[in-house]
Design a protein around this ligand. Sequence first.
Ligand code: BGC
Length: 739
Amino acid sequence: MKNKQNQFINPETEKEIDELLSKMTVKEKIGQLHQLGTSPVGGFEISKGEMKKLLEAGRLTQEDYDSWISNEQWDENEELIKAGEIGSFLGRNKDPNFYNHLQRVAVEESRLGIPLIFGNDVIHGHKTIFPIPLAESCTFEDELFELSAEIAAKEAAAEGIHWTFAPMLDIARDARWGRVAESAGEDTYLATRYATAKVKGFQGENVSDTDRIVACAKHFVAYGAAEGGRDYNSVDMSLQKLWNVYLPPFKAACEAGAGTFMSAFNDLNGVPCTANAYLLRTVLREKFGFNGFVVSDAFSIDECVAHGVATDRKVAAELCLNAGVNMDMVVGCYRDHIEELLSEGKISEDTLNEAVREVLRIKYAKGLFEHPYTDVSQGENIWLCDEHRRAALEIAEKSIVLLKNDDKILPLKSDMKIAVVGELADDALEMLGTWVLAGESKDTVSLVDALKSLNIDFVYEPCCGVDKPFDVKAFEAAISGADVVLAAVGELKDMSGEASSLCNIDLHGEQKKMIEALHNSTKPFVTLLFNGRPLAIKDVADISPAVVECWHLGTEAGNAICNVLFGKYNPSGRLTTTFPNYSGECPVYYNHLNTGRPTSEVKHSTKYMDAPLKPLFPFGYGLSYTEYEYDSLSAEIKGDRIEVSVEVKNIGDTSGVETVQFYVQDVVASMARPVRELKEYKKVALESGETATVKAEIPLDNIGYYNERLEYVVEPGEFEIFVGHDSEAQLCTSVFVQG
Ligand code: BGC
């Protein structure tokens, strides 16, 4: 694939940057590397109420609080913008006029008129909220990954935002880690396609278009491999694993033209990623050919002191700038120390100039010099418009994964009497999921809202929640007259996402009690899961006749769930993350390496004595209201690719969409290789009784790996190809790669 990083190098622009650089003072240069977030939690749209809460929780000093509350700080900031000492802002302001106001100060009142770049976390939608990324990845549909990013870009750009801190491309194999919610799951291949689609969606063909925003591939790198799933913790892994599992999505984002990267909080093999020249210079710039700029994660330059690799903030600034971090996110280490470091020769002028050049390059690429202001009339027409809501509904429907459906209890008939229990059923705010800054509950449809709009005969009883004890009496009264019960259980939105690691990923509170009561009641019931991570719910799944994974689906959550429950949409989502039986199995993922003692009933094989041999639900798994049969698999090598063909038949009595998954195993290699790895997926729509021949081409270049010398090799020998419904597919054939 052509490396789209080349688009950023334009001789004319580089000349303009040279000229600018020749005019800039050291202070102005440092300004371009300084991103201001005017509150200690990063954003500049933190309300007074929220600031008060932070103060009360001891997360803010009285002094910071007072200075925030007084408007003087803004006057001070404007003075700094005028002086060219701020290059970027982090956070959100509801009023696009405010961005324009600050921009006007930068462009018209600063000496060189360099525009600001406004960054914000536009993670899964802006005003129209799409399913959390983990849910969206279950659609296995690249066009939708792109579409939701494109819409998010439009809505954010109309508010004045130029740059998003997305996509997050961390491979997430440990469900205890709260940020699995923000990821595309555990698989490298899927995350790689997701990366390409997201960058395209945010940036479009031309990132300078006013309805596009600059993407930021984060968190570079291996942040998802934090020890024990504890956020911010250490990562120790072989470089070979890094290259095979964790780097490919970032490489893809780079090649797709991502304008920026964010360095991760964690250390990699002892070196904090924010001070890691191997990652930021050797890998990112030299090997991937990156031409944009790197922003640190929030406070992470300063955190080099806590990591114990810098004596103080000044040394931290020296390490990070030299390692290749261009912009300091909100902590001011560059602002405070670069001038001194330069005069002491600890940072060279070339290093500083290069860092500034790369920031300016992206400002030029974004078109900020040409059109620095936002057209404030745009927003009202596009925010939450019908087209965006329709897309949110489609993506939400396709993200839902039907995990169990005994006796075909689903789809429900619309004339059934329904009881809905559990407070998550009527909590629109919780449907939004983690990292939502502009989405609001008033615009969001809960399950109960959707049922009301459908004219369904139902009663709703909150009776139990994550923090709400199980009210047996209310529960019994609610279910007594029902033909079927819908039980809404799971996690609150803040139980996943940043700083939300859990060691127990079972259902919290008394929610399990409610499911047990349903089990004992003899009423047919459906367990609806609302969560941001895989849950270890073996006990609950065992006793539930039907289980539907509803994630945190965003603005259209309730409508999407109803469409699936009543059969208007036949569920097609597939898990992109393995569900363990019990929390203690984490990390668990399908593409683990071969071991000398493969998991089996045999005593001396790799497994837990007190857990089933298989996970609760494997990667790629998901049911439908119909079934599919696979047959006639064939594969052969033609030129530089493997051509695979398989027949898929819809053997049920309703139409549906199957996600055909192609896995490859390198049977004997110089090193232990994964038991299988996803290498292609195709979605196919089939009427009842219809058969389709599904063909795939897998480039030979995609079935190799980085060996212990970090050389990418495709070794001769047998490769098994498994095709089917999920990662446990057994239909198999082989090809032989010649030496
Ligand atoms: C997170 C990033 C985010 C940044 C800015 C950090 O705490 O790790 O993912 O982009 O804050 O909000």
